[in-house]
Design a protein around this ligand. Structure first.
Ligand SMILES: *Cc1c(COP(=O)(O)O)cnc(C)c1O
Length: 290
């Protein structure tokens, strides 16, 4: 669904997929649905932080499909046990929660996999953030659908974290050979590292899905980090606070308000005049977290 908010900016509402509150982590999870059913997986193991949209999506998918689920959670345990939003959904989902230090994540994920196998189950290991080829592919498909509906913006701005969503959109641009500039606003990583990761995953997606690579510019702008992941400034806070009233969807300070702020600043600083699509990746539960 595309929502126009003014003469220049429209918004792709990824938060209404597959139902209200979904967002890009729900779409990435649904991208694994066919594989899970085909291979008969009956347990899922993944990882994330205190307010992980990804872990929430995996926990809800598991509950809905009656799969076992282990979430290996890093970060402040007290926050996970007390906060609302994604943390609350994770706690109430019935998933097994394992708390650990970020240095021990893979050990705990491996152990959870082994436990399920010992019980005779067939678990699937899902990387943090839902970073899979299938997840990248679903954004190639979404971009194609936009173009099929005769909607071609000049720019797409989005919050870029693990880079899966951005890489998928970039691969979609190459597949359709269209002139759409994809601008990632970093929510945590420094530009150089983020761009390397996006570039590498773009290459993997093109190889996997037989897409001819072309000269695309890979931009993950770290100018709006405001100190790092989960950090924000007064302008970002104001955009978040007024978002429901102004636009009818929730921009949160960790992801989407930061990206929205970065988009507005970039349009102003670079005097962008073309049509802009803000890819709203969700985040209502981050907004409601505290
Ligand atoms: C994870 C997340 C992102 C970043 O998406 P990536 O594909 O990891 O880059 C953006 N917005 C929200 C709300 C997210 O949960």
């Amino acid at each position: 669904m595309i929502q126009r908010i003014n003469d220049q900016i429209s918004v792709f509402r990824d938060d209404v997929y597959p139902s209200l509150g979904g967002g890009n982590k729900a779409r990435k999870m649904m991208a694994l649905d066919a594989k899970i059913k085909e291979l008969g997986h009956n347990a899922l193991v993944t990882t994330g932080g205190v307010q992980s949209n990804h872990c929430r999506a995996v926990a809800l998918y598991s509950k809905k499909n009656k799969l076992e689920c282990t979430l290996v959670l890093h970060g402040d345990k007290n926050r996970i046990l007390s906060e609302s939003g994604n943390a609350k959904i994770m706690r109430e989902s019935g998933a097994t929660l394992v708390f650990c230090d970020s240095s021990e994540i893979s050990d705990h994920m491996d152990a959870a996999m082994q436990q399920y196998i010992k019980k005779g189950l067939n678990p699937l290991y899902i990387y943090g953030g839902g970073h899979t080829l299938e997840a990248g592919h679903c954004y190639i498909t979404e971009l194609e659908k936009l173009l099929e509906n005769n909607y071609k913006p000049d720019y797409i701005f989005l919050a870029s974290g693990s880079g899966t969503t951005q890489s998928g959109l970039l691969a979609g641009v190459s597949k359709k050979n269209v002139d759409i500039k994809i601008v990632g606003i970093s929510v945590g990583r420094a530009s150089e590292r983020a761009q390397n990761i996006v570039g590498k995953f773009y290459n993997e997606l093109c190889d996997e899905y037989y897409i001819e690579k072309n000269e695309i510019s890979i931009v993950v702008d770290d100018s709006f980090l405001s100190g790092g992941y989960e950090k924000y400034n007064a302008d970002i806070k104001e955009i978040a606070d007024d978002s429901l009233m102004n636009y009818g969807f929730a921009l949160d300070t960790t992801y989407t308000a930061k990206a929205f702020y970065g988009m507005l600043k970039t349009i102003e600083q670079k005097k962008i005049t073309g049509q802009v699509l803000f890819w709203y990746t969700g985040g209502i539960y981050n907004y409601l977290a505290k």
